[in-house]
Design a protein around this ligand. Structure first.
Ligand SMILES: Cc1cc2nc3c(=O)[nH]c(=O)nc-3n(C[C@H](O)[C@H](O)[C@H](O)COP(=O)(O)OP(=O)(O)OC[C@H]3O[C@@H](n4cnc5c(N)ncnc54)[C@H](O)[C@@H]3O)c2cc1C
Length: 385
């Protein structure tokens, strides 16, 4: 069993405190994703906007409970993600900051690119996006069709379309995955300024995790200077599929923690709104609490493994699949404590149910995670117990 040390325990207490405020704006953000612009002073949002910026670029980071937190380890990210998502997963995804792109920048960017990226984030609240999914290629990212071709003058041009991209329409910078040649080594990630000609992003209608403002992006000959190709100083084997796998392994425990936070939010909601429970209800509620605690342990183990061996994301897949299912089951179960019509009378639970469904698709669906878990079992990289 993993227990948090004093530093991470401190993080948990502070983040739990911040999350209370987020509950107050959760339904508003769900109705109107632009609500985030009025919440930039919320401590959770401020923290997220500075996460994944290494110490070198932010030496005077505000300490929390006397400790420095930069979000560079999966373990730290899962502790914050669970607590902030228990306040509002929508706001966690709506916040400015390095977010998904930050892990890739840390893995692949050279000094000049880091200066450009972190410099933008530190100058003003800056939203970022990470664009891999395409209209016809979600789970099968290898079939990606977005092209990165030479422009004949030493630069490059991006052509294609991306879909379901978090914060796409509100971002100032982002990372786009594209193909610069056929075959498995042909995937490349480039830094993109959303003000570049040919870049267009529009929000798409969604029902869950609406704060994330999922967007459709069109890339119509977007110019990309050669200096913005991530991993240009690395061999092709290190910058394409390899970097994508490493990045998703590192992020996956955090997505699992978001699901866990949603489940906990629904579970806490029952305790807060139903002052007295029958004996049978109390036993059921406590059993669910133990399931939540069990999945938290799995997520912490997965995060510890990813921090020690970033190439081993198999347990992280098991954790993500388990946590996403937990979130769906616990949010639906919570309705049963409020009788017929609860989905109408308890709008917060309705939102949590929709958010839980959204997590199922983030960073690989349950089926894809189960395939990855199975490979880990077959290869002996994770145990059967
Ligand atoms: C809230 C949210 C945020 C997101 N943020 C981003 C983002 O920032 N950037 C980004 O690039 N993308 C993002 N996505 C997109 C997400 O990564 C995709 O939705 C996901 O990869 C699934 O792709 P798809 O929707 O095309 O579904 P599909 O791949 O078409 O899958 C449809 C169904 O088929 C099943 N399936 C597919 N292949 C297999 C297989 N081989 N074996 C068994 N079953 C299979 C899936 O499990 C699923 O049930 C986000 C999605 C959501 C919901």
């Amino acid at each position: 069993m993993i227990e948090l040390d004093d530093r991470l325990g401190t993080a948990r207490v502070h983040a739990r405190d911040w999350a209370r405020d987020l509950r107050g704006t959760a339904l508003e953000l769900d109705r109107d994703p632009d609500t985030v612009y009025r919440c930039l002073d919320n401590p959770a949002v401020r923290h997220l906007s500075r996460m994944l910026i290494p110490e070198r670029w932010l030496p005077d980071r505000t300490l929390i409970g006397g400790y420095r937190f930069d979000g560079m380890t999966a373990m730290e990210r899962v502790v914050f993600a669970e607590e902030i998502a228990a306040g509002d997963a929508g706001m966690l995804l709506a916040s400015p900051g390095a977010s998904l792109s930050g892990v890739l920048i840390d893995l692949l960017a050279d000094q000049e690119q880091k200066e450009w990226f972190y410099g933008r984030l530190l100058a003003a609240p800056t939203w970022t996006f990470f664009a891999l999914t395409e209209p016809d290629h979600g789970s099968d990212a290898g079939a990606m069709g977005t092209a990165l071709d030479p422009d004949g003058e030493g630069g490059l041009l991006l052509r294609g379309a991306k879909r379901y991209i978090g914060n796409g329409a509100r971002a100032q910078v982002g990372v786009v995955f594209a193909r610069d040649r056929p075959g498995p080594l042909g995937a490349t990630a480039v830094l993109v300024d959303t003000g570049a000609p040919g870049f267009k992003a529009e929000p798409i209608p969604t029902i869950g995790l609406r704060g994330a403002q999922l967007s459709a992006i069109t890339l119509d000959g977007v110019p990309v200077p050669a200096a913005r190709v991530l991993g240009r100083h690395l061999s092709p084997t290190r910058r394409g599929v390899w970097s994508g796998v490493q990045m998703f392994n590192r992020l996956r425990p955090g997505v699992a923690a978001i699901a866990l936070g949603i489940a906990r939010s629904a579970h806490d909601y029952v305790a807060e709104q139903r002052s007295s429970l029958s004996k049978a209800e109390r036993l059921r509620w406590e059993r669910t609490g133990r399931r939540i605690d069990g999945v938290r342990q799995l997520i912490w183990q997965a995060a510890a493994i990813v921090d020690a061996q970033p190439a081993n994301g198999h347990l992280a897949s098991a954790a993500k699949a388990r946590a996403a299912r937990l979130a769906e089951e616990v949010t639906l179960e919570a309705l049963e404590y409020f009788g017929p019509g609860a989905r109408l009378t308890q709008p917060m639970l309705d939102k949590l149910i929709r958010d839980a469904r959204g997590v199922e698709f983030m960073e690989g669906t349950g089926n894809i995670q189960r395939l990855n878990t199975f490979q880990g079992l077959v290869q002996g990289k994770i145990g059967r117990d």
